[in-house]
Design a protein around this ligand. Structure first.
Ligand SMILES: [Zn+2]
Length: 314
């Protein structure tokens, strides 16, 4: 019996080692150490910029209605499901392409980078997490600030990337928005912030929370200068952002079906010990309860923003 047990544990160990080897880690048993395949460098090192474009004819399935179409078709439809109008999650590059004339814009403040000043460690150290994220994507932090022309208006667009540590709000996002406001004041133009975030970045703790006050204060300068600030909430917009500058716009608008809230539905349900109404925290629900000004389809986004900017000017 004891022998059977030891054989079983030995095969399990080999399995573990095999997985470790795939991940680029070194195994512990003699068998895996002497394996014929040895990975010299750890992990996958190709950055997003070096990756090949999505090949033609790649298929994708809508998570909402299971409609299957090619990625090219979906892209042409601005990543909105042609059948059920489900708005797929997209990043800053796609939003900039949708909004700016001829996809022409200038990105600012990319040199501002996060630092692990608290030496925070959860599953891995914050420093390591940052380095891995930078290696994996060509995004430098959870928000990108770009300026360019949208129809006849010059505008600054700050767009969050969920891909970068859940679009979390850290000191870099705070500083970049703050400088974006300075740019707006200098060039007398409007600001659009596209929210897509899980909330504050816990690895920066109080420094992250301080950004809420900093950004809110900075945005009041926009009001003083009579310049418009529009907040577009997309799926998902959670935590501190939805509780502060995400809702501080002269207009707070949202994409259809976006989840917007402070705490997630599960946490709320456990706290109040009641079932939540249907469609709770979806943008349609928030519109009905007066939290939003209107809901905008991605295909009409550029047109609507241009109209709003014209109205603000007059
Ligand atoms: Zn669909």
């Amino acid at each position: 019996m004891a022998e059977v047990h030891s054989i079983k544990s030995k095969t399990m160990k080999q399995d573990d080692d095999f997985e470790a080897n795939l991940a680029g880690d070194e195994g512990t048993t003699e068998e895996s150490k002497a394996s014929w395949f040895k990975r010299i460098k750890k992990g996958i090192l190709t950055s997003t910029a070096e990756k090949k474009e999505t090949p033609e004819g790649l298929w994708t399935k809508c998570p909402s209605c299971n409609y299957i179409c090619t990625v090219t078709e979906l892209r042409e439809n601005l990543f909105v499901c042609p059948k059920c109008n489900h708005h797929h999650r997209i990043g800053s590059a796609e939003y900039f392409e949708i909004l700016f004339n001829d996809n022409h814009y200038e990105v600012f403040f990319e040199n501002i980078r996060s630092k692990d000043f608290l030496h925070f460690t959860d599953l891995k150290s914050y420093e390591k997490r940052l380095e891995e994220t930078w290696a994996k994507t060509d995004i430098t932090d959870s928000i990108r600030i770009a300026a360019g022309d949208l129809k006849e208006h010059h505008i600054v667009v700050g767009c969050m990337d969920f891909e970068f540590i859940g679009g979390s709000l850290g000191s870099v996002m705070g500083e970049r928005i703050s400088r974006a406001v300075d740019y707006c004041l200098q060039h007398k133009c409007g600001l659009l912030i596209i929210c897509k975030s899980g909330g504050a970045r816990m690895m920066e703790s109080a420094f992250s929370l301080m950004q809420l006050a900093k950004v809110s204060g900075k945005l009041s300068q926009m009001t003083d200068a009579k310049l418009p600030y529009i907040s577009l909430l997309t799926d998902p917009s959670f935590g501190g952002i939805s509780a502060s500058f995400g809702m501080l716009g002269d207009l707070n608008i949202a994409e259809p079906g976006a989840l917007i809230g402070f705490a997630g539905p599960r946490v709320i349900k456990e706290t109040i010990k009641r079932d939540l109404p249907e469609g709770f925290q979806r943008s349609e629900f928030l519109l009905e309860h007066g939290f939003l000004d209107f809901i905008v389809n991605r295909k009409e986004l550029k047109e609507k923003i241009a109209t709003l900017l014209t109205l603000f000017k007059s």
